[in-house]
Design a protein around this ligand. Structure first.
Ligand code: TYD
Length: 206
């Protein structure tokens, strides 16, 4: 099973899934935790180019292509082999981030960005996408309050950009209701962790 975690900046998706991973491992499932962009040496190198705060001249389509390139390499080296071995892959961000950030917020167009991603992923869709939904003001405030969290090139975008990201994710959830579960990420840590676990378990039992 391929599970992806999506949401605006500071939605707490990484923390939310920690408890679920622990519990699933105790239940005997083999879990591979990974992230995009990155997750393999080549993909991490591409990540560094994309998120470098110095790369202010980067064109939107270049950005979208780099995310898709990083995604493909990550699928080839990590995700597909793990899925073949019957493991559960839980990935921070995937194709939906490209649709929301580059397609929606950057204005490149959802269908255009989807097309390059269908080429990159050979139609590999997640079985479950957890959308950690939160108002950008709250998410960005969380990031700024966390001294350990590095601020990247996309975090520096204006609030309107982050509002468009959120709206795009919510629209994607409507478009793909079979695989999307929306989690209210403004709730307490424990409540978010509980909702995360419930969503994964109910998909596993389907
Ligand atoms: P990261 O530090 O991993 O952020 P987060 O903890 O919020 O996931 O940085 C990834 C950034 O890249 C984040 O701002 C979202 C953005 N992004 C895209 O714009 N398009 C994509 O396809 C992906 C995967 C990420």
């Amino acid at each position: 099973m391929f599970i992806t975690l999506e949401g605006p900046e500071g939605s707490g998706k990484t923390t939310a899934v920690e408890a679920a991973v622990k519990k699933l491992e105790e239940m005997g499932y083999q879990i591979v935790r990974t992230r995009e962009p990155g997750g393999t040496p080549i993909s991490e190198q591409i990540r560094n180019v994309i998120l470098d705060k110095g790369n202010t001249a980067m064109d939107g389509r270049t950005e979208a292509l780099l995310y898709a390139a990083s995604r493909r390499q990550h699928l080839v080296e990590k995700v597909w082999p793990a899925l073949k071995e019957g493991k559960i892959v839980i990935c921070d961000r995937y194709l939906d981030s490209s649709l929301a950030y580059q397609g929606g917020a950057r204005g490149l167009g959802i269908e255009e960005v989807l097309n390059i991603n269908l080429f990159a992923t050979e139609n590999t869709w997640p079985d479950l996408t957890l959308l950690f939904d939160i108002k950008p003001e709250i998410g960005l405030a969380r990031i700024n309050a966390n001294a350990n969290r590095e601020v990247n090139r996309l975090d520096l975008e204006k609030i309107e950009f982050h509002n468009k990201v959120r709206e795009s994710f919510l629209a994607l959830a409507k478009r793909f209701p079979d695989r999307y579960v929306i989690i209210d990420a403004s709730l307490s840590r424990d409540e978010v962790a509980k909702a995360t676990m419930e969503a994964i378990l109910s998909r596993l039992c389907k």
